[in-house]
Design a protein around this ligand. Sequence first.
Ligand code: PXG
Length: 555
Amino acid sequence: MLRVRATSARVARASGAALFFTLAACSGASRPAPSPEASAAPATTLAPAAPAGPRLYVTNERSGDLSVIDLASKTVVATVPLGKRPRGVRVSPDGTVLYVALSGSPFAPPGVDEKTLPPPDRSADGIGVVDVRALKLLRVMPVGTDPEQLALSKDGRRLFDCLSGLWCSPLGHSHPKVVAAIRKQVDTLDYAPAFQMGHEPAFQLATRIVELAGRPNDRVFFVNSGSEAVDTALKIAVAYHRMRGEASRTRIIGRERGYHGVGLGGISIGGMVANRKMFAPLMIPGVDHLPHTWNPAEMAYSRGQPTWGAHLAEELERLVALHDASTIAAVIIEPMQGSTGVVVPPRGYLERIREICTKHGILLIFDEVITGFGRLGAPFAANYFNVQPDLTTFAKAVNNASVPLGGVIARDDIYQAFMTGPAHAIEFFHGYTYSAHPLAVAAAHATLDVLAEERLIERAAELAPVLEKAVHSLKGEPHVTDIRNLGLAAAIELAPVSGQPGLKAVKVFERALDEGLLVRFGGECLAVAPPFVSTAEEIGSMIEGLRRALRAVPA
Ligand code: PXG
């Protein structure tokens, strides 16, 4: 039986996506499981048939063809037309092969029919990375239930997942408890509406999250990604002031180098130029930016929080003086900037930002999409820094990224500001079909169980000094100009290749693959944020592999 608990948002203590909606009950019967035939993947065939053995996948950017090369015979065994610019991520029909275009964003290659992709090559030693102009193709095979839980790749040579996926899989991959929870859930309740009602586990999850955050009276609004969490938080902030009679507070202050996802709100308040410049006409108006805090001349090779830079928080006073507090709804910052290369807040900086926001009635939003659920060795960065925001966004590690899930934690009085209309009316016109999706919620419960049972947040805290010591030993290696770290995250800044921005990090990335490391590169920076289940030895090996990769790349 499918059971959906009818819940009035007004009685839910820490409620789910339905928290701003009220209504009635819903029930129904669960559907039978689909027949195996219905879910079977289509057969994959290639002509001519490709011999088994290690293969290289090469894309030709001009023709758009993907060539499959047999490494033993060095012959092209198949050519697959992928259409122009075949960059992107593709999973084969049986779900095991992932094609990643290294220089591109995850656009699906236009016109690709899964049936035309070559079958997964399980016997292959596996990894083909080829430089065809700027476009490269990496083939990785997820190992699924591999007991070590750390590899994303292939037979024989394994890849250590240096960034925990995209900062999101602290338990490694396919943790059996998470997998079991999702399986069980799909048999019980595969979907439940989150508009005007909610299913019980979502409310329980909200309660667990706010308790973990040490803010047990707060509320949670569930969404499906970090980008949605950010746009949701901005809407809550602006609407909150309006509900309280301060409708002039509409301006949002972001920060240079900030990354808040790719929604229109997120790119407007974000500060990464490449994510903004193409989309200028779509930007939301009334936004300003604080300066970022990275200054290599003052803080290069700081271990943990730099001691220089707290004064940069005073820039917020300058913006308040410029725009007037009565026009400003919120300040949004990542307590530690992740995507831009682990930019660690100077000592005293966040505390001062908090003070200024409080003084002027401005909401402070911490974007904890990367830092939430243990990355700094504390449940949230807010706990780590002992600075509490008014709204917190989260996603990624909340359920080990196994099913899309994100959310916004809101102070109870912010929630209450919406609860002033008639009991039957909708309080906040916002929400997503998949808010608090049962599979995502089940995965999150299992993830929180594992984090607690295996003491993994504590383990992240224990591993943090191990990573700090190891990564800073790279000072003096070729190309390295700065090293930053906090918690179980670190970044290595590289000297750029003159006239070719970004190339140096790609080169080191490629060499690191030879060392069995899947490291993240962006701009002139390499980032690592290993899974919490890593051992000290694995962290040491990761850094030694990076050292060899740095040395292997010519100046
Ligand atoms: N806020 C922050 C702080 C993030 O780091 C988002 C919002 C958006 O989340 P979604 O779920 O919409 O992607 C993010 C995402 C990287 C990398 O390599 C980081 C992210 C995404 C992709 C790559 O640093 N962070």
